[in-house]
Ligand binder design. Structure first.
Ligand code: AMP
Length: 217
């Protein structure tokens, strides 16, 4: 599968990407995870991205394109990829499609996960994430708490609230989504690549994607 996954913060992009990855081994590429890993590792990329992220703003397009250009040429992308959180602006989408042309890649579709604002707000304020950059497992204090409070079931790392999941940063991220990322829905619709789902059930979303790709092949 070669997919772009669109959706507001908290829409469930990461959860869906993990489930789709289990279907056929397509690799999940989360730019948020890459950036958080870079901050944790204290790399140059992390230093350049951190202030934007903590404010709930987007990291500049040019920097994100450098990250993606390198990532998409890694060998594990050959069998398919699920772009989770990228592109996030029209210029990123335009640059991505130029890169696809250069690399001879054809996108299967852009999955747009629409979830009501109330659901997204509730999910984001109750979300907790494993701080181990190699893990980043996601929990929810109401629906999926770790067995031991604050400790990751998968790797034993610390489970905590992300710096950009304070109320102020969340409302900024949702506003940024509406202004900068939502226009991508029209971008992909025009290209005949859009698949919108309004389901809050992950299984139904996965079925919608496999159904669409199955009938397209
Ligand atoms: P996420 O985990 O996808 O919600 O991303 C967390 C934060 O990382 C975002 O609020 C942005 O600051 C930054 N980020 C992730 N992906 C991108 C992107 N494609 N373009 C710009 N900033 C991004």
């Amino acid at each position: 599968m070669k997919l772009v996954i669109l959706g507001a913060p908290g829409a469930g992009k990461g959860t869906i990407a993990k489930l789709l990855s289990a279907v056929d081994g397509s690799v999940q590429i989360s730019t948020g995870d890459i950036l958080r890993g870079a901050i944790e590792a204290g790399s140059e990329l992390g230093r350049r991205a951190q202030a934007y992220m903590n404010r709930g703003e987007l990291v500049p397009d040019a920097l994100m394109m450098e990250v993606m250009e390198a990532r998409l040429q890694q060998a594990d992308c050959e069998n398919g990829f699920l772009l989770d959180g990228f592109p996030r602006t029209i210029p990123q989408a335009q640059a991505l499609h130029q890169l696809f042309d250069k690399l001879g890649i054809a996108l299967d579709c852009a999955l747009n996960i629409e979830v009501p604002r109330q659901v997204v707000l509730e999910r984001l304020t109750t979300r907790r994430t494993c701080e181990n950059p190699a893990c980043q497992e996601i929990y929810n204090i109401k629906s999926k708490p770790p067995a031991r409070e604050g400790v990751c079931d998968q790797c034993g790392g610390t489970v905590a609230q992300r710096d950009d999941e304070t109320e102020a940063a969340i409302s900024r991220r949702l506003q940024t989504y509406a202004e900068k990322t939502a226009p991508l829905v029209g971008f992909y619709r025009q290209r005949g690549l859009l698949l919108t789902t309004r389901s809050t059930s992950s299984e139904e979303v996965v079925e919608a994607v496999t159904g669409r790709l199955g009938s397209a092949r």
